[in-house]
Design a protein around this ligand. Structure first.
Ligand code: CU
Length: 416
């Protein structure tokens, strides 16, 4: 009886609550929906692209691991890496018994034949010196295991050498990778572009926190190799000085580079994001910090990056002028020259991109340095943030004035 009463009471409570629950659900849905719209409106493709290709962010996020913190063999971010990963697991599982069984045997023998085991008290030592059957078995079994592993692995090595046939233009992407002591150059023949990283000895002075570690300083000036998503990348690799090796585990690619000849490899990126790699051939004093930053972008972002890259040289002149500590004359002059050479929306966006890119690298490194335990306070952080804010405002003001001038000119043009 008590149960029935309780159930009825519970049911009536449930029915009474139902309209309120519906209302809460409706309000939540509306707020989430409007939040989504708001976010979509606020999304700035230039800012988003800066975040995606900021090499310092990659350095901080993936510090210490080129395996993207994936379990055991890392996260596969390409078709080739998937195959390599499957091959690695397969060979690991085939060889696993050889790792485990001897340890089990060792433990059994230690326990069974220990000196204070009463069973062994009167046991006479064994007198046999060999066992032909056993020796044949422990030679044959590993040989069979090696053959079982070698067959698929040889096929994988072959697969890594040549890209699939029958790909059309638009589905493929070609890059020349040039190694040099101690950085990488990436040439994009289809786009007529070159992505360069500074050799360590030419490391420019960048605005970094006092005492920032050298690898961070280097990551700040190492541009990422950018790849379009889902397009098969064929890499032709060479070297300017000594042997190097271009290795990005997430792509399943590791290829040697030699002077005066090209090696080649391929992969199709299947995930967007940052992927870290390193030179895998001892090539000199700074080999250990000859890192690789690879970024995979979706097609829209990739095209946007290519268009910004075309205006980089001009845009960087304005960015440098904006950083000058004067009354703003240098920035105004550089900006006027920049828009005089071309005044498209892409060109103006490129200007924003390169300023924000420059700021993003330094902000990431300063924030990272400030968040370190026992940092003892980062000197100059406030001054740095002020400088950054001033640079942003200078560019905003230049762009606002320019757009206003354009708007003022537009009606006159129409009247004429
Ligand atoms: Cu090296």
């Amino acid at each position: 009886m008590r149960t029935i009463l309780y159930t009825r009471c519970e049911q009536s409570l449930w029915w009474r609550c139902l309209p309120w629950l519906c209302l809460v659900f409706l309000l939540t849905a509306v707020s989430v929906g409007s939040g989504g719209t708001l976010l979509a409106d606020e999304t700035d493709p230039v800012k988003s692209l800066v975040e995606q290709v900021n090499p310092a962010a990659e350095s901080v996020a993936l510090r210490g691991s080129i395996f993207d913190y994936g379990p055991f063999v890392g996260h596969a971010a390409s078709d080739v890496a998937q195959v390599v990963k499957a091959g690695t697991w397969f060979s690991f599982l085939v060889f696993l018994p050889f790792l485990i069984l001897p340890q089990i045997l060792l433990v059994i023998i230690i326990i069974k034949f220990r000196g204070n085991n009463p069973v062994n008290k009167d046991r006479a030592p064994a007198t046999f010196v060999h066992n032909t059957r056993l020796e044949i078995a422990w030679t044959a079994v590993p040989v069979i295991a090696l053959i079982v592993v070698a067959i698929p692995i040889t096929r994988i090595l072959d697969y890594q050498e040549s890209p699939p046939a029958g790909l059309h233009q638009g589905e493929t992407f070609t890059m020349e990778v040039v190694g040099r002591q101690f950085s990488w150059i990436y040439n994009y023949p289809q786009e007529d572009l070159r992505v360069g990283t500074y050799p360590v000895r030419d490391l420019p002075e960048v605005d970094l926190p006092e005492g920032a570690p050298r690898p961070e300083r280097i990551s700040a000036v190492q541009e990422a190799a950018v790849f379009p998503l889902d397009r098969t990348a064929t890499l032709f690799l060479t070297s300017q000085d000594v042997n190097h090796a271009w290795w990005v585990p997430a792509f399943g690619v590791k290829k040697d580079t030699f002077v005066d000849r090209h090696t080649h490899t391929w992969f199709t990126p299947t995930k967007t994001g940052f992927f870290k790699g390193t030179c895998a051939e001892l090539c000199g004093g700074d080999h250990g910090i000859m890192k690789i930053t690879a970024v995979v972008l979706d097609e829209d972002d990739y095209r946007r990056w290519v268009s910004f890259k075309r205006h980089e040289r001009d845009a960087r002149r304005v960015v440098d002028a904006i950083s000058q500590d004067d009354d703003g004359t240098a920035a105004q002059e550089a900006f006027t020259a920049y828009v005089a050479a071309g005044d498209s929306t892409t060109r103006l966006s490129a200007l924003r991109f390169w300023l924000l890119y420059d700021i993003a690298i330094h902000e990431t490194l300063w924030t990272e340095a400030a968040s370190r335990p026992f940092a003892g306070g980062i000197k100059g952080l406030d001054a740095f943030l002020e400088r950054t804010q001033a640079r942003r405002e200078t560019l905003r003001s230049l762009l606002d004035h320019h757009l206003q001038d354009q708007a003022d000119l537009a009606p006159q043009g129409t009247d004429a």
